[in-house]
Design a protein. Structure first.
Length: 118
Protein backbone atom coordinates (compact mmCIF):
# COMPACT_ATOMS: atom_id res chain seq x y z
CA UNK A 1 0.00 0.00 0.00
CA UNK A 2 1.29 3.45 -0.92
CA UNK A 3 2.18 5.55 2.11
CA UNK A 4 1.43 9.26 2.06
CA UNK A 5 3.46 11.57 4.29
CA UNK A 6 1.90 14.90 3.28
CA UNK A 7 -0.91 16.31 1.15
CA UNK A 8 -1.73 19.92 0.41
CA UNK A 9 -3.33 22.25 -2.12
CA UNK A 10 -0.84 24.25 -4.19
CA UNK A 11 -2.58 26.67 -6.51
CA UNK A 12 -5.00 24.60 -8.57
CA UNK A 13 -3.15 21.33 -7.89
CA UNK A 14 -3.24 18.73 -5.15
CA UNK A 15 0.35 17.97 -4.12
CA UNK A 16 1.13 14.59 -2.59
CA UNK A 17 4.43 13.70 -0.92
CA UNK A 18 4.84 9.95 -0.57
CA UNK A 19 6.71 8.16 2.22
CA UNK A 20 9.56 7.36 -0.19
CA UNK A 21 10.00 11.09 -0.98
CA UNK A 22 8.34 10.99 -4.41
CA UNK A 23 6.03 13.93 -5.18
CA UNK A 24 2.88 13.89 -7.29
CA UNK A 25 1.10 17.02 -8.48
CA UNK A 26 -2.46 16.34 -9.57
CA UNK A 27 -4.26 19.05 -11.57
CA UNK A 28 -7.60 19.89 -9.98
CA UNK A 29 -9.58 19.23 -13.15
CA UNK A 30 -8.05 15.77 -13.57
CA UNK A 31 -8.95 14.77 -10.00
CA UNK A 32 -12.45 16.21 -10.07
CA UNK A 33 -13.29 14.44 -13.32
CA UNK A 34 -12.09 11.20 -11.68
CA UNK A 35 -14.31 11.61 -8.60
CA UNK A 36 -15.62 8.22 -7.53
CA UNK A 37 -18.60 9.30 -5.43
CA UNK A 38 -22.06 7.95 -6.23
CA UNK A 39 -23.26 11.36 -7.42
CA UNK A 40 -20.46 11.60 -9.98
CA UNK A 41 -20.12 7.95 -11.08
CA UNK A 42 -23.43 6.37 -10.11
CA UNK A 43 -23.79 3.39 -7.82
CA UNK A 44 -24.65 -0.29 -7.96
CA UNK A 45 -27.37 -1.47 -5.57
CA UNK A 46 -27.28 -4.72 -3.63
CA UNK A 47 -29.70 -6.50 -5.95
CA UNK A 48 -28.15 -5.31 -9.23
CA UNK A 49 -30.13 -2.15 -9.80
CA UNK A 50 -28.04 0.86 -10.74
CA UNK A 51 -28.45 4.56 -9.98
CA UNK A 52 -26.99 6.69 -12.74
CA UNK A 53 -24.76 9.66 -11.94
CA UNK A 54 -26.06 13.19 -11.84
CA UNK A 55 -25.02 14.56 -15.20
CA UNK A 56 -24.88 18.29 -14.72
CA UNK A 57 -22.37 20.66 -16.25
CA UNK A 58 -19.57 21.59 -13.87
CA UNK A 59 -18.81 25.25 -13.28
CA UNK A 60 -15.18 26.45 -13.22
CA UNK A 61 -15.05 26.44 -9.40
CA UNK A 62 -15.78 22.70 -9.49
CA UNK A 63 -12.16 22.17 -10.57
CA UNK A 64 -10.56 24.26 -7.81
CA UNK A 65 -9.38 22.22 -4.82
CA UNK A 66 -9.57 24.12 -1.51
CA UNK A 67 -8.60 21.46 1.04
CA UNK A 68 -7.41 17.86 1.31
CA UNK A 69 -7.54 15.43 4.20
CA UNK A 70 -6.52 11.82 4.69
CA UNK A 71 -9.19 9.15 5.07
CA UNK A 72 -7.75 6.43 7.26
CA UNK A 73 -4.54 4.98 5.86
CA UNK A 74 -6.00 4.29 2.42
CA UNK A 75 -7.54 7.40 0.92
CA UNK A 76 -7.67 11.12 0.37
CA UNK A 77 -10.71 13.39 0.38
CA UNK A 78 -10.64 16.64 -1.58
CA UNK A 79 -12.96 19.57 -0.89
CA UNK A 80 -13.75 21.66 -3.95
CA UNK A 81 -14.63 25.35 -4.30
CA UNK A 82 -18.19 24.43 -5.37
CA UNK A 83 -18.77 22.63 -2.04
CA UNK A 84 -18.40 19.06 -3.35
CA UNK A 85 -16.43 16.77 -1.02
CA UNK A 86 -17.90 13.28 -1.28
CA UNK A 87 -15.30 11.36 -3.29
CA UNK A 88 -12.49 9.33 -1.74
CA UNK A 89 -9.41 8.87 -3.89
CA UNK A 90 -7.55 5.65 -3.05
CA UNK A 91 -3.85 6.22 -2.39
CA UNK A 92 -2.74 3.13 -4.31
CA UNK A 93 -4.62 4.33 -7.39
CA UNK A 94 -3.20 7.86 -7.08
CA UNK A 95 0.34 6.54 -6.79
CA UNK A 96 -0.10 4.04 -9.64
CA UNK A 97 -1.38 6.77 -11.97
CA UNK A 98 1.03 9.52 -10.86
CA UNK A 99 1.11 12.11 -13.64
CA UNK A 100 4.79 13.08 -13.28
CA UNK A 101 7.12 12.56 -16.24
CA UNK A 102 9.11 9.75 -14.58
CA UNK A 103 6.03 7.70 -13.66
CA UNK A 104 4.39 8.33 -17.03
CA UNK A 105 7.57 7.13 -18.77
CA UNK A 106 7.78 4.05 -16.52
CA UNK A 107 4.17 3.11 -17.35
CA UNK A 108 4.83 3.63 -21.08
CA UNK A 109 7.87 1.32 -20.81
CA UNK A 110 5.68 -1.35 -19.23
CA UNK A 111 6.89 -1.07 -15.66
CA UNK A 112 4.24 -1.62 -13.01
CA UNK A 113 6.45 0.00 -10.36
CA UNK A 114 6.04 3.74 -9.76
CA UNK A 115 9.12 5.88 -10.18
CA UNK A 116 11.08 6.37 -6.98
CA UNK A 117 12.98 9.55 -6.28
CA UNK A 118 16.65 9.15 -5.52
Amino acid sequence: MAGLSRSLVVGGDVALVWDDGHESYWPGETLRRACTCAGCKGEQHLFGRQTLPTLKPLRPEAFVPVAVRPVGHYGLQVSWADGHDHGIYHLDALRAACPCEACTAARAAGSSKPAADS
